[in-house]
Design a protein around this ligand. Structure first.
Ligand SMILES: NC(=O)c1ccc[n+]([C@@H]2O[C@H](COP(=O)([O-])OP(=O)(O)OC[C@H]3O[C@@H](n4cnc5c(N)ncnc54)[C@H](OP(=O)(O)O)[C@@H]3O)[C@@H](O)[C@H]2O)c1
Length: 300
């Protein structure tokens, strides 16, 4: 398969590149897949003409994995138009192209499509109700994708994505924890972190799966994150524990720690569907965090 991966400089895009490269190096790459990784400079999702130009000037792909997105949750409140272009309108255009050219599409979405008011883990079929601009644009992206591409696309909703690459909760905590004696971290928002390398592995497993490759299927949504449920406060404490950082972590409420974009209270997601359909094994958040932090240590 010729596989196009967007967002090559982002956390998930880089994690997929790393897994693909590692597979190729140790000779495990049994499928003759050709990966093409692109960034904003090659394919700008904020520009309709950049998208049509890119697909008009490249040979047909068999699969698109859309890891690119406008992900600045707070900034999106002010940049709604740009966030909407990248997370919604570009997805519509990609889905139309994919549908016309009979290309499969894997698109990544978010737990922020939910309002967080449920007291049990969200199922894929639960009604979304985003409470911030980012969530609204991502939900609009899901909806147009499902309409434009009723068959052969897959939407994976992830939550609290982090990686060994910069600009995520783990990297921020490590930086602040080394600079300060104490920190306040929100303790009333519950969810499950997603280690980007685990999600990359899951996506590559899905691609290999018979059910994805051979069968024409209606477009489906799947939830994915690591196992376990924690607050941001517990997440921060565990990061400092592993790294032996002596920084006190004070629990605060969302009300005490206000942000431009509202955050959902409980965005735990039920992962039974992805486990059952694609036989995906999901690690516990603590073991994946340890793996990520061991990699970060090697990089120092
Ligand atoms: N981060 C999270 O906590 C989280 C949680 C749940 C779901 N997700 C979803 O998971 C997916 C991957 O997230 P991530 O954390 O890997 O995101 P990320 O690190 O922010 O990467 C997103 C990538 O998209 C690219 N991008 C932004 N605007 C673009 C444009 N106009 N044209 C082309 N590319 C553009 C960015 O390019 P530049 O680097 O050049 O700006 C960046 O490389 C996204 O769909 C996101 O919504 C993320």
């Amino acid at each position: 398969m010729r596989i196009l991966v967007t967002g090559k400089n982002g956390q998930l895009g880089r994690s997929i590149q790393k897994t693909v490269n590692a597979d190729t190096k140790i000779g495990n790459n049994q499928s003759p897949n050709e990966y093409i990784f692109v960034g904003k400079e090659d394919l700008d999702l904020s520009s309709k003409s950049s998208i049509s130009h890119y697909f008009g000037n490249n040979d047909k792909f068999d699969l698109i994995i859309n890891c690119a997105a406008y992900t600045a949750v707070d900034k999106a409140e002010k940049e709604q138009e740009l966030a909407n272009q990248v997370n919604h309108l570009a997805v519509k255009q990609l889905a139309k192209i994919a549908n016309n050219q009979q290309v499969r599409l894997i698109h990544i979405s978010t737990d922020y499509v939910f309002d967080g008011e449920s007291n049990k883990p969200y199922l894929e079929t639960d009604t979304p109700n985003p409470i911030n601009a980012y969530g609204r644009t991502k939900l609009a992206g899901e909806k147009v994708l499902q309409t434009a591409m009723p068959m052969n696309a897959l939407i994976i909703r992830a939550s609290w994505l982090y990686s060994e690459y910069d600009n995520n909760f783990v990297s921020t905590m490590l930086k602040l924890g080394k600079e300060r004696d104490e920190l306040s971290v929100v303790s009333d928002q519950i969810g499950s972190p997603t280690y980007a390398a685990d999600l990359a592995d899951a996506i590559l497993e899905i691609i290999k799966h018979k059910k994805f490759r051979d069968v024409a299927q209606t477009t489906q949504i799947y939830n994915y994150s690591n196992e376990g449920e924690i607050s941001w406060h517990e997440f921060a404490k565990e990061i400092f524990k592993i790294e032996k950082i002596e920084c006190k972590v004070n629990p605060v409420t969302s009300q005490q720690y206000s942000t431009p974009a509202k955050r959902a209270r409980n965005t735990l997601m039920n992962k039974d569907k992805i486990v059952k359909v694609f036989n995906i094994k999901i690690s516990n958040w603590k073991s994946s965090l340890n793996t990520c932090m061991a990699i970060l240590k090697q990089k120092q």
